[in-house]
Ligand binder design. Structure first.
Ligand SMILES: [Zn+2]
Length: 360
């Protein structure tokens, strides 16, 4: 039975490295001011979504599609601000001076409320803010500016301006949610050095070992999964059969998905997920978008990871995965029925279980 899970993978797939963006380099080089370089470097080092960094970059390079910029590019004839209908809609106006954003900054951190400077452009404003705001405050500034810009566009299509207090609260929540998702990402990195023997998880965390078996002559596959605690005691185990596959990578991926569904269904929330196929383990942890035909399985697995409170992916050598291996092999004897054991040692893997505990 497939479990429906929430889609929370946008942070996983958006993690494209922009640290060495060629346009950034060009712009930084051509800009003689040290202020320019400082702005670029800080912007790209912030822990904010890349879409917000790109927005910040467009703001500071004056390529945001404001009315003034669109008139300059002869796209439209009128450069008046469509919100306040008073000033030209330049970038600095849209982000900092317009009546529609002044309330946002007035309700924001105190340092943003002091107006001792009337900046002529965004670079000057950034230089000013970077001397006064902390890194966290600057990150929040960019989220607020991004939300404010997006809501300007919504207003043009009939939407209304959000209460600035609500927008500011949303910006804070957005940043907190984003950073929490990043923490979860960092704990799902693969542990590279596989151990030759099974290692127990730390207390309060469980370890899920899984493995796949290919029964080519039967046109079927097997999946074995075992969840143990810090003392090596069995919490749950499974032997299940799977469909015919075209590669061992496919078998391993399907096995990983099946065992994670089993663990999530059984109520485990803190898991070290361990397998012995390093390619498969890395495919899941990689933040790159997986374009292979198995990409959807990888996506399912990432969604399952987000069902967990805490997760770490770990690679072990065959010797550390003997129990899961024995359970996967056993599936050939029960192709029509999946078998589950709760808090009980599964007989097909007793020997491997004893060996694991002996090494502790
Ligand atoms: Zn305006």
């Amino acid at each position: 039975m497939k479990k429906k899970v929430a889609v929370r993978s946008q942070y996983l797939t958006m993690n494209i490295s922009l640290n060495s963006h060629p346009l950034l380099e060009v712009r930084a080089e051509s800009s003689a001011s040290t202020a320019g370089k400082k702005v670029w470097h800080s912007l790209w080092s912030f822990k904010i979504p890349n879409k917000v960094k790109v927005f910040g970059w467009r703001v500071c390079t004056e390529i945001l599609p404001t009315r003034a910029n669109l008139v300059r590019r002869r796209v439209i004839p009128d450069d008046k601000c469509p919100i306040c209908l008073r000033e030209l809609e330049t970038t600095i106006h849209a982000i900092w001076e317009c009546a529609a954003v002044q309330d946002i900054w007035a309700g924001s951190c105190r340092k943003l409320q002091k107006r001792s400077l009337i900046p002529t452009d965004m670079m000057q404003l950034m230089d000013y803010l970077m001397d006064r705001l902390t890194r966290e405050e600057l990150e929040l500034f960019w989220i607020q500016a991004w939300l404010a810009w997006n809501q300007r566009n919504r207003v043009l299509f009939g939407g209304t301006l959000m209460d600035p207090r609500i927008l500011n609260r949303r910006a804070k929540e957005f940043l907190t949610e984003y950073k929490a998702a990043q923490v979860q990402l960092t704990v799902t990195q693969v542990e590279q050095h596989g151990s030759a023997t099974w290692q127990p998880p730390p207390s309060s965390v469980y370890k899920l070992n899984f493995d796949a078996a290919i029964f080519a002559e039967l046109d079927r596959t097997g999946v074995g999964a075992i969840i143990r605690n810090e003392h090596g005691q069995v919490m749950a185990a499974m032997t299940a059969s799977g469909p015919k596959v075209s590669s061992s990578e496919e078998a391993e991926l399907l096995a990983r998905r099946r065992s994670m569904e089993f663990a999530v269904d059984a109520g485990f929330t803190k898991l070290i997920i361990e397998g012995d196929n390093v390619t498969v383990m890395q495919a899941i942890s990689s933040s790159r978008i997986n374009c292979s035909i198995l990409g959807y399985v990888v996506d399912n697995i990432r969604h399952l990871i987000h069902c967990l409170e805490w997760a770490r992916t770990s690679f072990t050598r065959r010797g550390g995965n003997k129990v899961a291996h024995a359970l996967a092999q056993h599936a050939r004897y029960s192709l029509d029925n999946d078998v589950y054991w709760m808090e009980d040692s599964p007989p097909p893997a007793v020997e491997a279980l004893i060996q694991d505990v002996m090494f502790l």
